[in-house]
Design a protein around this ligand. Structure first.
Ligand SMILES: [Zn+2]
Length: 441
């Protein structure tokens, strides 16, 4: 195994934030470039080899590539054996890049590199008579990015065009917008409520490859100021298992127990109504749900955690999934073309998990998802009720939360923006207003 050290995170805190005041766009991120290390350094100094690069064709196997390249039989077997120690030769993706490294003279192979993914390469080396293998991981650099900006019209442009993020590939900038949208979906409808003069601040941690692309990343703290009201979200992961979530500066969940809609980018084609003219039957019937129009095959997300209690055809609703959530809540998704991976009665699902795909089964005149929310058997309008809040920071984690949230808010506060004032100190304290501090200032 070739060891490539994982570089420790340099927290790039630059002190220029205060000086910039309410400057339009500020960023002091990515000040340190990823190290200039290629994923595969030559084992021996240069011209001692002749490279032949081939790409796995559809239906072709690694063995066939070796055969075609006229690698000797004993080498072929030994290579496959060594390769199997790292990966399954039958599970290689079409287009996988295979680099055959020949000695410059003669027909002898000295090494083979199989690029399994952007992050993993199997390197096969001749070890006297047999072959040995190593899994080489593309090194990543961990860093923290700070960025803030003002919004002129839409959040997308404000983030995508932020010069502070110019070094990020556009795909990664789009991801940042998506994170913001997901985190603040219950507070701000970025498609309708954004106003000129809104602003944002965010910091995120990421793993960067040598080519500057992000292998993974997540927000640490974020703020969106919408029409003068700041909304904040702080990442907290008490078990350090990646399964954290976001809370506001007072430790309340930023999330709600239900998503607003089961398909993020969809159009409402029919609202909840006690009497609507049915588009096909042409009679007046109640519509105890909301229809979200989207192309056939669009993934549909569970709007809450819960258990699947129904996944089958049901009359006019066609293929239907029903999910039971705590406290008597049930959500239903109809007209599906198919069910999500592993979705059957009894399956536990998490909020946002894909439970099915948009279709036209049952009685419908176009592809859409019929979405219903019921509580104790009573249908409710999912667009007009006050969705139940998510759980706050657990009392048992409060000590750690207090420390970590303070640190994360401090990161945010290095960027220009409104002051961050915290109120809550203890979740068990009286939740009513505390008496004013008699000392004043
Ligand atoms: Zn409907």
């Amino acid at each position: 195994m070739i060891q490539i050290p994982r570089l420790s995170p340099p927290l790039v805190l630059l002190g220029l934030a205060g000086a910039l005041g309410l400057a339009l766009l500020v960023g002091n991120q990515v000040s340190s470039r990823p190290p200039e290390v290629g994923p595969l350094e030559p084992v021996v100094a240069a011209p001692a080899e002749r490279l032949e690069v081939v790409h796995l064709q559809v239906g072709q196997t690694f063995g066939e590539v070796l055969q075609r390249a006229e690698v000797g039989w004993s080498d072929q077997n030994s290579l496959l054996l060594a390769f199997r120690e790292q990966a399954n030769p039958r599970r290689m993706r079409d287009g996988t890049r295979i680099t055959l490294r020949w000695y410059p003279e003669g027909d002898d192979l000295r090494g083979v590199d199989v690029t399994l993914s952007r992050d993993e390469t199997v390197r096969l080396l001749r070890d006297e008579a047999v072959w040995s293998s190593d899994l080489v991981r593309t090194p990543v650099w961990v860093d923290t990015v700070f960025v803030s900006g003002a919004v002129e019209s839409i959040l997308w442009n404000a983030v995508i065009d932020n010069p502070a993020l110019a070094d990020l590939p556009s795909r990664d900038r789009a991801l940042v917008v998506d994170w913001m949208d997901k985190v603040f979906q219950w507070q701000v409808d970025f498609s309708r409520q954004v106003r000129e003069g809104d602003s944002y601040r965010l910091t995120f941690e990421r793993e960067v490859r040598p080519d500057g692309s992000m292998r993974s990343g997540h927000l640490i703290a974020a703020e969106y100021v919408n029409q003068g009201t700041p909304y904040r979200a702080i990442w907290f992961d008490p078990n350090d298992d990646g399964d954290g979530t976001f809370y506001d500066e007072e430790g309340k969940s930023v999330r709600r127990a239900f998503l607003l809609k089961p398909i993020p980018l969809s159009r409402i084609s029919s609202r909840y109504s006690n009497a609507r003219l049915h588009p096909i039957l042409n009679t007046v019937r109640a519509h105890r749900g909301v229809d979200f129009a989207a192309p056939v095959g669009t993934p549909i997300q569970a709007t809450s955690d819960g258990v699947v209690v129904y996944a089958d055809r049901k009359g006019d609703l066609g293929k239907l999934v029903e999910i039971r959530a705590p406290n008597g809540w049930v959500s239903r998704y109809g007209h599906l073309s198919g069910y999500g991976p592993g979705i059957r009665v009894g399956t536990r699902v998490r909020q946002s998990q894909i439970i099915g795909y948009v279709g036209m089964t049952g009685l419908t005149n176009g592809p859409h998802c019929h979405y219903e929310l019921r509580r104790n058997g009573v249908a409710l309008d999912p667009l007009s009720i006050n969705l139940p809040p998510g759980d706050p920071v657990p009392t048992s984690d409060w000590g750690r939360w207090a420390l970590e949230s303070e640190e994360r808010l401090t990161l945010l506060a290095t960027l220009p923006g409104p002051p961050i004032l915290r109120v809550a100190e203890n979740p068990d304290a009286d939740s009513s207003e505390s008496p004013p501090d008699p000392g004043g200032d």
